[in-house]
Design a binder for this molecule. Structure first.
Ligand code: M6R
Length: 591
């Protein structure tokens, strides 16, 4: 949520570099954006409402500069207005800052600052921090003022500040991601995510919570924000390539990432067997295992409940990250928590980890972003290796996460090789399935249903969570009202919603849910429903058949893919931007 980006170095087009970096971070927030850059010891600020992707920087008349900060916003405190857009500054632009996170005690601080004569222009929680630094700056230098101000704020933050009369750029993090990119010739970048500076460098320094970085004329130092002692940091070379973070020939990231599932599943399965065995050992010996995640990753956990029950004969519990704290009474040092997250920065899941850690619970993280807070907090990490996922709607990370859970369930019953074999075959079948003819077949359906008001999705067993996940995909990018139900639940109420022509997607795999699913589809059809069957075989009850390969226990992995494609196509037909759906952001770093 919100992207921050900073350039400090020898190049003289810092403003332009920051604008390009923000474009690569736009998936984190796209309500409004802004930059601040220094030219002839004066700070210039430019900010506006709207998407930075639509901006041509030539129109901005940027002046030469070697240091600039920029931000793309997902509004939390204060509406989407130019005044609320970052960077925020003191009255005279002397101190400017960008911020991702929330200063929870900002109202109290605001009152104190206003009483001292500060004029706070915006409705944000962010602006007070610039004034707080200014207040200390009356008696202290810039660096010490930031140190003092950091001690006064509560909440989560990644902040970057510059000062008109000081050469330093100062950044700090607590609970929100912040990564330093180290370029050639004393060139530095500070960003929320690596793709922002990937065209310039693949050398990074990961800041941890309660650390600040001070860049001063080519020198960089990292300090602990509490003790102010210098911390030694390693420069790490990462192996991401810029192509994997760009759209290439695809019109949108979402369809690129859906198509990448031809490869991502094989990468996900390619795990260190020792790690998989170690986690399986933990599951077998734990006194209670919780799968914890939010949104789509939460639906993956629900699939996990069925996989562990069927394959490993193990009961595991799912909880949303935001609900997990209410289970704390059950936690002991024998509990195991398995968190699943694409970003590894989801605040609700991180909070759940905090709660668990206080009870000495062992934490396993199944994450895509290996540099994330979650990966760095967990006791054991299983990377899903899906590569950068930039579209807000999660696709390739979802199937990779399901593959890992399948592998773990098989590892728990001593059949990890069998699980691997199943997943390798599934990856091959997905590769065959994802061709232009398949897309065209789904497009014909999308054209038929593009103007409907509501649609419903039903599934049983491990495809029940896939019905829920399908609803999320359809909702977030097509904006069509969509709801998922367990096939057997329809007759207990929701069937009243079915009228003539209501589209209902039914997952009918070749497993023990098949005949009951056909009965449920038939009940819906009898009430006028238009049945879209997702199944390895056609059936007379289907009005429209989407064929999927028969993948046994991996059926949730293949079944979600045509619905990802359908959601994408509906978004495009309805002229929505599938990569940046309204009101959403890629990583949800607020509670
Ligand atoms: O980064 P995470 O996997 O922790 O994100 C969790 C949810 O916010 C995320 O899955 C969200 O529901 C997606 N937009 C769904 O496509």
């Amino acid at each position: 949520m919100c992207g921050v980006f900073t350039y400090y170095g020898p190049k003289t087009n810092a403003g332009e570099i920051v604008i390009q970096g923000l474009k690569r971070l736009e998936y984190r927030g796209y309500d409004s954006w802004g930059i601040a850059y220094k030219n002839n010891d004066k700070i210039n600020i430019y900010k506006q409402v709207g998407k930075i992707g639509e901006i041509n920087s030539d129109d901005l008349d940027l002046k030469p500069s070697q240091v600039a900060i920029g931000h793309s916003r997902w509004a939390t405190h204060g509406g989407v207005t130019q005044i609320n857009a970052h960077p925020h500054s003191t009255e005279n632009n002397e101190i400017v800052l960008i911020h991702n996170g929330i200063f929870e005690n900002y109202l109290e601080l605001k009152k104190q600052l206003e009483a001292k004569g500060h004029i706070i222009k915006s409705e944000t929680d962010t602006e007070i921090f610039a004034h707080l630094v200014q207040e200390h700056n009356q008696t202290q230098d810039f660096e010490d003022s930031v140190k003092l101000a950091l001690k006064e704020v509560e909440g989560r933050y990644a902040v970057v500040l510059m000062h008109e009369k000081d050469n330093k750029v100062i950044a700090a993090r607590k609970g929100s991601p912040l990564i330093v990119g180290v370029g050639e010739n004393n060139e530095y970048f500070i960003a929320s995510d690596i793709p922002a500076f990937l065209p310039y460098t693949n050398k990074v320094i990961y800041l941890d919570d309660n650390q600040m970085v001070i860049i001063d004329n080519g020198d960089l130092k990292v300090l602990n924000t509490e003790t102010h002692e210098e911390v030694e940091k390693r420069i790490i070379e990462i192996d991401w390539d810029i192509e994997s973070a760009e759209k290439g020939d695809f019109p949108h990231f979402m369809i690129k990432e859906i198509m990448e599932q031809k490869d991502t599943l094989s990468r996900a399965i390619n795990q260190d067997p020792k790690t998989i065995e170690a986690v399986a050992h933990e599951i077998k010996n734990a006194f209670g295992t919780y799968l914890v995640a939010c949104g789509t990753a939460g639906k993956v956990c629900m699939v996990g409940e069925y996989l562990f029950s069927k394959i490993a004969k193990k009961h595991v519990n799912f909880s949303f990250g935001s609900e997990f704290p209410y289970h704390k009474h059950f936690l002991t040092d024998k509990t195991l928590m398995i968190c699943i997250s694409q970003s590894g920065e989801t605040a609700d899941t991180l909070e759940a980890i905090d709660v668990a850690k206080k009870k000495n619970v062992k934490v396993v993280a199944i994450v895509n972003v290996e540099s994330s807070t979650m990966a760095r907090t967990a006791d054991i990490v299983i990377p899903i290796k899906a590569g950068p996922e930039k579209a807000v709607a999660s696709t390739k990370a979802t199937t990779a996460q399901m593959a890992i859970l399948t592998l773990l369930a098989y590892a728990c019953n001593g059949g990890v090789k069998h699980g691997q074999q199943l997943l390798i075959e599934t990856a091959g079948k997905i590769n065959d399935m994802l061709n232009p003819r398949y897309e065209e077949h789904i497009m014909q359906l999308a054209k038929k249903i593009k103007d409907v008001e509501s649609m419903y999705i039903i599934g049983r067993g491990m495809n029940y969570p896939i019905a829920l996940e399908s609803a999320i995909k359809l909702q977030e990018v097509s904006y069509i009202h969509a709801e998922g139900f367990a096939g057997g639940e329809l007759k207990h109420g929701p069937i009243a919603l079915i009228t003539d022509g209501t589209p209902v997607i039914a997952f009918v795999p070749n497993d023990d849910t098949k005949s009951d699913m056909i009965s449920n589809a038939t009940e819906v059809k009898a009430r006028g429903g238009y049945i879209i069957g997702v199944s390895p075989e056609n059936h007379p009850v289907f009005d429209y058949w989407i064929k999927v390969p028969d993948c046994k226990d991996a059926s949730p992995i293949v079944n979600i893919i045509p619905i990802q494609i359908l959601s994408y196509q509906l978004a495009v037909l309805r002229q929505n931007n599938p990569d940046m759906p309204r009101n959403l952001a890629k990583s949800v770093t607020v509670k």
